[in-house]
Design a protein around this ligand. Structure first.
Ligand code: NAD
Length: 280
């Protein structure tokens, strides 16, 4: 039987409809949801992401304002900028765009964003709440997108499911693993040094991949009927590739996200959803 395609574009469209209604209700109360992004340097792909976010925000009635800082900005300058935005009563969400230049460390900066405006969940308080399953106010955008897509899969709710998370980065793999655990899945985390992935993947009803290695997971690796969420995005000869070999996986999986058109489109909206929540 053909796998269910977990269509990120259609989920994102549904979320945008919900957000438009919520921003309209806020505007009636005289509140215009506003996200401030602190952007350091000139990285073109990050800039493209921010422009796209601003366009989506505009369509939803959310103001996305970008504060640019020079590539050479130091820790204190970045902190001061975040603190100033944190005090601004018209700004509901504050985001520090990553990746940061090599001389800056998110660990030394993230706590300058007040936790109640930390819409990308970078503040240690929000990260700690997420890690301990005690319910953070703001789930970071990409992990939130993964969970929203899992919510549309045949394996939802995750309670008692065997799930594997391939990748353990602070931005994707680790938080997704903790969020699946908080939903009472039995979670295995695999990474670069785990050795053979196949025995773990073969036993898993839910497979989430965020490694940045195109074609890392193939159909033969999967348990028939598994739900597969592919977070990977790598440009190969100008074409965006996921971490899952879609052609072979779609024949074995029960549900699968495409790349492009899976996690990516939901990520933006998940972030803007946090801004609306902050404004509410
Ligand atoms: P990262 O490089 O920080 O982390 C990659 C993780 O994968 C590491 O934990 C590493 O140990 C693991 N890994 C690498 N090779 C592996 C292998 N052969 N076997 C098992 N594990 C392996 O990357 P990241 O920031 O977590 O991003 C991962 C991927 O997701 C990238 O392709 C990135 O572009 C993509 N991404 C997509 C979105 C989106 O919205 N769609 C958002 C963020 C990241």
């Amino acid at each position: 039987m053909a796998a269910q395609i977990l269509d990120g574009r259609s989920l994102a469209a549904d979320l945008r409809t919900e957000l438009r209604a919520r921003t309209a209700a806020l505007r009636e109360r005289g509140i215009v949801p506003r996200l401030a992004i602190v952007f350091i340097g000139e990285d073109e792909s990050s800039l493209a992401y921010v422009r796209n976010l601003a366009r989506t925000g505009e369509r939803l009635g959310i103001v996305v304002a970008v504060e640019r800082l020079d590539r050479s900005a130091g820790t204190q300058e970045v902190r001061s900028c975040l603190e100033r935005l944190g005090r601004d009563p018209h700004t509901h969400g504050v985001l520090l765009q990553q990746p940061l230049p090599a001389h800056l460390s998110i660990r030394e900066i993230a706590d300058a964003i007040p936790p109640h405006k930390d819409v990308d969940g970078s503040h240690p308080t929000n990260q700690g709440q997420l890690a301990f399953g005690s319910g953070t106010q703001y789930v970071p955008a990409t992990p939130a997108a993964v969970m929203l897509l899992l919510g549309r899969s045949p394996h939802w709710p995750l309670r008692g499911r065997r799930a594997v998370m391939i990748g353990r980065s602070v931005v994707v793999g680790a938080p997704v693993a903790m969020l699946m655990l908080a939903q009472d899945a039995t979670v295995t985390i695999l990474h670069r040094l785990s050795g053979g992935l196949q025995p773990y993947v073969k036993l898993s009803e839910v497979v989430v991949v965020a490694a940045g290695v195109p074609g890392l997971v193939r159909g033969d690796d999967l348990m028939p009927g598994a739900t597969v969420i592919d977070v990977g995005t790598t440009l190969v000869d100008g074409v965006l590739k996921g971490d899952v070999d879609f052609e072979s996986a779609v024949r074995v999986a029960g549900a699968i996200t495409p790349v492009p058109g899976g996690v990516g489109p939901v990520t933006n909206v998940a972030l803007l959803r946090n801004v609306v929540k902050a404004a509410e």
